[in-house]
Design a binder for this molecule. Structure first.
Ligand SMILES: [Zn+2]
Length: 290
């Protein structure tokens, strides 16, 4: 159903709630209509999750969060990223879930592990983690067809102050972008917040990757820009689920994709960090699901 179809105010709402339209999404539609007249793209109704969808996504996000929590005790100097991958694979399967990255467009492993100058999409291997490394682990679980996507940074033993600062600021970028965003804001706000914090620290924001809508698909609309965009971007309406996952570089924003066609590294070899949450836009606020 497209957003333009007229519904009788007393008819059942298009969202499947069984409530009358006037008591359910009528005001929602009116608000979006006025924002559309102001030139903002508005979400297609297929991006508005049902209660059932939300329950499914929450369950999957919960397992992803648990795995990332448990990795704190596992990741230490001397372990390889292959061993971390194997642990995540076994844990995911044990919970009757599927690791989404495995075989996704040919990706060979269950998680992405991105070390130091690797921006994202690093492939687990036999490289041993050593004191001073910084590691990003990106986990996505699928339960009953629903995706839960999140990533965090793990310092390996004692790390340098500058590495630690980059990790902290990147986390601040994610947290503040969520705090500053309200239902019915354009998603421009996310990139505005992240750009301002990164600029304050003379860091740069990676542009070639962004966040994404998610739910029954790994990636769906909207694309989430982590940097300032002049054009008006989509309104984040209650019912939407998407990821915010800023990648912040110590140096230049430019990236190179290695010959494996996955691993993205900083062009200037500077450190890069990333934090990610899957969020749900509820009636009053942005809810973190991971
Ligand atoms: Zn409704």
């Amino acid at each position: 159903m497209n957003n333009k179809s007229k519904i009788n105010r007393n008819a059942p709402c298009w969202c499947g709630s069984q409530k009358k339209y006037k008591q359910c999404h009528f005001e929602f539609d009116e608000t979006l209509k006025s924002l559309s007249l102001q030139g903002y793209p508005i979400p297609n109704r297929s991006l508005i999750k049902t209660k059932e969808d939300l329950a499914g996504i929450k369950k999957s996000c919960q397992l992803t969060k648990q795995i990332l929590d448990d990795l704190n005790a596992i990741i230490k100097p001397g372990i390889t990223t292959n061993e971390i991958d194997q642990w995540v694979y076994e844990t995911t399967i044990k919970h009757n879930a599927i690791p989404a990255p495995l075989n996704y467009k040919g990706f060979p492993k269950s998680i992405c592990t991105s070390i130091n100058e690797v921006v994202c999409h690093g492939i687990p291997e036999d490289r041993v983690l050593i004191e001073g490394d910084i590691l990003n682990v990106d986990v996505t679980c699928i339960i009953n067809g629903y995706y839960g996507d999140s990533c965090r940074m793990y310092p390996i033993g004692k790390i340098s102050d500058k590495a630690s600062h980059l990790i902290n600021i990147t986390k601040e970028c994610l947290e503040e972008s969520i705090k500053n965003l309200k239902p019915f804001d354009p998603i421009n706000k996310i990139g505005d917040t992240i750009s301002e914090i990164a600029a304050r620290e003379s860091y740069s924001v990676v542009k070639i990757f962004g966040g994404h809508g998610t739910g029954k698909k790994f990636h769906e609309d909207p694309f989430i820009f982590h940097y300032k965009k002049k054009e008006k971007l989509m309104i984040c309406a209650p019912g939407m689920v998407f990821t915010i996952e800023p990648m912040i570089n110590e140096g230049n924003a430019d990236c190179i994709i290695l010959e494996d066609n996955w691993t993205a590294v900083t062009k200037d070899n500077s450190l890069s960090a990333q934090w990610e949450h899957t969020v749900y836009v509820n009636e009053n606020s942005i809810e973190i699901l991971t």
